[in-house]
Design a protein around this ligand. Structure first.
Ligand SMILES: [Fe+2]
Ligand SMILES: [Fe+2]
Ligand SMILES: [Fe+2]
Length: 419
């Protein structure tokens, strides 16, 4: 198999949509903000590079707001603690080179202008683009989904203009004043796919190499996992185990990298599950159970628009399918489940039963082996893959431990930043 290359825009757009699954109120918020900030930047004469940076920042700007409540809080009101999610978002994205500039914009995307004081924050210079991103965010948050968008323009503009100088930078507001009369702008924003209304060809296509894709998938695995202490280390474990099993069955180096990415993203659709269900201590009712089970369907839908991810998506999204056809959500039967999907299913089950969770210890080796063997006997998971895992149990379990310990340390760091 050849190396895969993918455009940063395509990948980030899919991942950005995942963030908005968390509530219908958020639907398209990230795409809208990306669209609006790009137009405000263009109007202010930002350089092409700056336009690109702010556009990408818009696509992931609220990534640091982890719970559903927080997401809704940051969109519906600007509370004083709102910088937290911005700082966390900047930290998450800051290590990823192609988004290093965007991370700087994300960091201060809620900082008030305060008649110029907002050009600095605690001795650090605040990028001008942060204030444009701030304005774009508030304009998009003000749009009510149940009302005609054009009819809302006067009210939204009135609110924004009243805060010119105090909350919003005059430069950004000026740009909005020069473009707001175009109905097309607002109609684009409430369309299904605002970002696609931008002509990308003005930017040079940023192509990601496999190493970058792995890094971005790893960042997203943290966003998926860190929503709850119940899941905080899960994807990290699944990813390394799937990669190891793939190597042992003879996957090529590029296929091993691809399955690592699939492992990081396999639960991407879990972003659609509310925290109350994710962390419910008692038995789930039918609706809650069904809400959880839908997650691998959403993983599939989110990754589907990326053509280069066809195999990655299959391996990631079929992790709850079973050989007897009784898995979910597609009920694919054995002969149609590829080896990569079978590996992912085993990696997911093994990680789930052996990892410690706040409410229970992971299974002992004896119990875990028995569980896996029972599942093989019940024609649920692949015998060859399970045998390989059992024959190398200690080595694979140690790998899981190392990866999950690392994730746990990051999670702890993240919590201190968070409070
Ligand atoms: Fe925000
Ligand atoms: Fe936002
Ligand atoms: Fe899952």
């Amino acid at each position: 198999m050849e190396k895969i290359k993918i455009s940063l825009y395509t990948l980030l757009k899919s991942l950005s949509n995942a963030q908005d699954l968390i509530s219908p109120i958020l639907s398209n918020h990230h795409q809208q903000v990306a669209y609006m900030s790009f137009h405000l930047a263009q109007e202010q004469g930002f350089t092409l590079q700056e336009q690109k940076d702010i556009f990408l920042a818009g696509l992931v700007h609220d990534i640091g707001a982890i719970s559903k409540k927080e997401r809704l809080d940051v969109i519906e009101k600007e509370a004083f603690h709102v910088n937290h999610h911005a700082f966390i978002g900047a930290k998450l994205m800051g290590d990823f080179k192609p988004l290093a500039n965007s991370a700087k914009l994300i960091k201060y995307h809620h900082l008030p202008w305060e008649h110029g004081k907002g050009t600095m924050y605690q001795g650090e210079e605040v990028a001008f683009g942060s204030h444009t991103l701030h304005l774009a965010d508030r304009v998009c948050a003000a749009i009510k989904k149940d009302q005609n968008v054009i009819s809302q323009i006067p009210k939204i503009m009135g609110e924004i203009v009243a805060k010119e100088g105090s909350i919003f930078s005059p430069g950004a507001v000026q740009a909005l004043k020069s473009i707001y009369k175009k109905e097309s702008l607002w109609l684009d924003m409430v369309s299904d796919d605002p970002v696609n209304k931008i002509n990308f060809s003005i930017f040079d296509i940023v192509e990601l190499e496999m190493e970058d894709i792995i890094e971005l998938a790893h960042i997203f695995s943290q966003i998926i996992d860190f929503r709850s202490s119940f899941t905080a280390r899960h994807s990290a474990g699944v990813a390394v185990i799937a990669e190891k099993l793939a190597f042992m069955v003879g996957f090529s180096p590029i296929e091993c990298q691809m399955i690592l990415v699939a492992g990081y993203l396999h639960d991407l659709g879990k972003l659609s599950i509310s925290n109350s269900v994710l962390e419910k201590p008692s038995k789930l009712n039918e609706d809650e159970f069904n809400e959880i089970r839908a997650h691998s369907y959403y993983t599939y839908q989110l990754l589907e628009p990326i053509p280069q991810f066809r195999l990655i998506n299959e391996w990631a999204s079929y992790h709850h399918e079973r050989l007897d056809g009784k898995g979910y959500p597609f009920h694919i039967e054995g002969q149609n489940l590829s080896l990569g999907s079978r590996i992912m299913a085993v990696a997911d089950v093994f990680t789930a039963i052996t990892e410690n969770r706040p409410y229970r210890e992971g299974m002992t080796q004896e119990c875990a082996i028995m569980t896996l063997e029972n599942m093989v006997a019940g024609n649920m998971i692949d015998e060859r893959v399970v045998t390989l895992l059992i024959d190398n149990y200690d080595m694979i379990d140690a790998l899981r431990e190392i990866a999950q310990k690392e994730a746990e340390e990051k999670y702890a760091q993240f919590l201190t930043l968070y409070i």
